[in-house]
Write a protein that binds this ligand. Sequence first.
Ligand code: NAI
Length: 480
Amino acid sequence: AGSVGGFKVADLSLAELGRKEIRLAEHEMPGLMALRQEFGPQQPLAGKRIAGSLHMTIQTAVLIETLAALGADVRWASCNIFSTQDQAAAAVVVGTEGTVEEPRGSSVFAWKGETLEEYWWCLEQLLTWPDGSGPHSIVDDGGDATLLVHLGAEYEAAGAVPDALADDPEEHRIILDVLRRSLVDNPGKYSEMAKFIVGVTEETTNGVNRLYRLGKEGKLLFTGINVNDAVTKSKFDNRYGIRHSLVDGINRAIDVMIAGKLAVICGYGDVGKGAVASLRGQGARVVVTEADPICALQAAMDGLKVVTLDQVVETGDIFITTTGNRDIIMADHMARMKHNAVVGNVGHFDNEIDMAGLAQVPGIEKTEIKPQVHEWAFPDGHSIIVLSEGRLLNLGNATGHPSFVMSCSFANQTLAQISLFDPAQNYGTDVYTLPKHLDEKVARLHLPALDAHLTELTKVQADYIGVDIEGPFKPDHYRY
Ligand code: NAI
């Protein structure tokens, strides 16, 4: 119905609620709104088909409508089965001009609580416009949309199944079905698609790691822009975003008293630092596990005890993984935990906590307390509480990061998408970060809302430290 090129969301009648929340979010997203003002008249994304695979939240709705305001034809799916806010998805489909009967917004394929099968179906829909054409560019978070295009192209070229579709056997089977189906219905679909894709702008650490790996193996099929490592992304969203949304997730899930409890944070990178601040802010006693000596030393000098998981697995009350790595908390660990210890993950994928191993413990019983909160009772009588089935709990149990910090991330996304189509950039098939002057621009756009006043350098001062009065204020090697 309407002029939307297909959609599947939970309930379009939630659009009015979604629109009210989007209106409030817009006020808290000065970066995105400023970019609409600045680039609206030029329409730098006119006629560009953009496929986005990123948590379908209220904040993402403001990103989608920003890309559309700059001329793009946008389709969207979520990058996590639990992270969609159904009112946001509905509002984006209805759009500002449409109605529930006659939607006029963008195509969204996302709802809270997808099965894995549905998740990959949504990604397929994401990449195919009604006339059969594919996207000119991708906005990705974690890299699943990019992965699907690459796997599809590899499968078509080799006629054989690429090695690693997914670690999880169930997910492996699902992706294989998607590829086989496409080969039967539309042979050459993904190879053709890859040729037309100018590039991807990747939101998160895990997805960026995948891009660099593809690049290193010589398999990358288009330009990658690493949005995550913009300073105004990873040093803000990963850190201050998690500081806000981790306790939000825990509280909405179980509302257990955090003060005084022993909280174990696995990983002390950007997300780990935010997670520690989040739980410390609630008065928890926080300890950290790390593999990297630099991050371990940082933790120690921040006054945190650095431990191995084995040392604290019996005494910890709350366990949070933030590593972006696999096999961090295993079933044996969970078997040794205290009664009703809380276990959750805020790293991108669900392989940080060994959910498959947990389900296979002989005699274990799983009880749903409510969606995304499960009690796992071991035969010895003790239980643990697992949040969001081991998937991103800040998005599964709560609503993810707040608008203001996402405005920083998404302003970078918008600038990255604009730069993909800027012929002056002359990008190759490689992974790039945005230039520092854009990073500083994103920060600058957010200062007035916080009543922050910059000091202007004199010419003498600027010369003395070797920078321009207008910036950039730091060399590229500076680490913040
Ligand atoms: P990072 O690379 O800065 O930090 C990860 C840290 O974990 C590193 O310091 C690493 O040494 C450590 N680590 C790796 N293996 C370990 C092990 N076995 N035991 C202990 N520590 C280990 O990455 P960042 O930016 O902090 O991201 C972490 C994860 O969070 C990624 O999966 C990322 O995609 C995700 N993320 C999630 C967000 C959310 O909203 N939930 C927001 C942003 C990122």
